[in-house]
Design a protein around this ligand. Structure first.
Ligand SMILES: Cc1cc2nc3c(=O)[nH]c(=O)nc-3n(C[C@H](O)[C@H](O)[C@H](O)COP(=O)(O)O)c2cc1C
Length: 203
């Protein structure tokens, strides 16, 4: 039995392809694994604030007992980290924005990657036995073998930052070339949906 953290980061609603794909994955998954449970986090529609001075002072504080100001500054981070620790699997919808991830998802990562909570001062990740699926949507194509692969800062960044906190089992499914004409768009969506179907029984 698994607990899944389902997260969307597109600010778009019904037009969002990444949202549609995470939703499709989760609805098929729970049909095939009815004992599994899901927590939903929407950082696209409910953006996460960037870390600020009080957050940094609290996160790096050497004292056990924080002032109420610093404890308050870490409250959302505490909540998000509890969610991340509780889940065994992550299903994240992530559009490509300017060759990387949307700023709201970066703010989420900054809240979750926290010293002594998700990594140690010796750079040891504290998350264990987790699996991550990233459903990434892109206007152009960056897959291996394409000319644009060197512009993809998304996959290397996400593998590095989540690897840093201990999540190394990461699968990417891309819906790419979504702005490359209807034929490419439909082919890419069909391919992503096939891979999603395969993941339901093999993940
Ligand atoms: C602000 C912004 C920046 C974008 N930057 C890129 C980019 O660098 N590369 C790319 O291939 N597509 C880019 N796109 C296209 C999106 O990745 C594409 O529309 C994707 O479907 C968005 O995900 P969503 O459908 O879940 O909202 C960008 C779109 C927006 C709105």
């Amino acid at each position: 039995m698994s607990h899944i953290l389902h997260l969307d980061s597109s600010p778009r609603g019904s037009r969002s392809i990444s949202r549609a794909l995470t939703q499709e994955f989760i609805s098929h998954w729970v049909k095939h694994h009815p004992q599994d449970t899901v927590t939903y986090r929407d950082v696209g529609k409910h953006p996460i604030p960037p870390v600020d001075e009080a957050w940094i002072a609290g996160a790096f504080s050497k004292t056990e007992v924080l002032s109420s100001e610093l404890a308050n500054a870490l409250q959302l981070s505490d909540e998000l980290i509890t969610e991340v620790l509780k889940a065994d699997r992550y299903v994240f919808g992530v559009p490509m924005y300017n060759f990387n991830i949307p700023a709201n998802f970066k703010s989420y990562i900054d809240q979750v990657v926290r010293i002594n909570r998700t990594f140690t001062p010796a750079w040891k990740g504290l998350l264990k036995h987790k699996k991550m699926l990233i459903l990434s949507t892109r206007g152009s194509r960056y897959a291996a073998g394409t000319d644009l692969i060197r512009y993809d800062f998304q996959e290397p960044y996400l593998r590095t930052v989540f690897g840093f906190i201990g999540v190394s089992d990461i699968t990417f499914i891309y819906a790419e070339g979504l702005n490359d004409g209807e034929k490419v768009r439909q082919q890419s969506l069909a391919q992503a949906r096939d891979l999603i179907q395969q993941m339901i029984t093999t993940w």
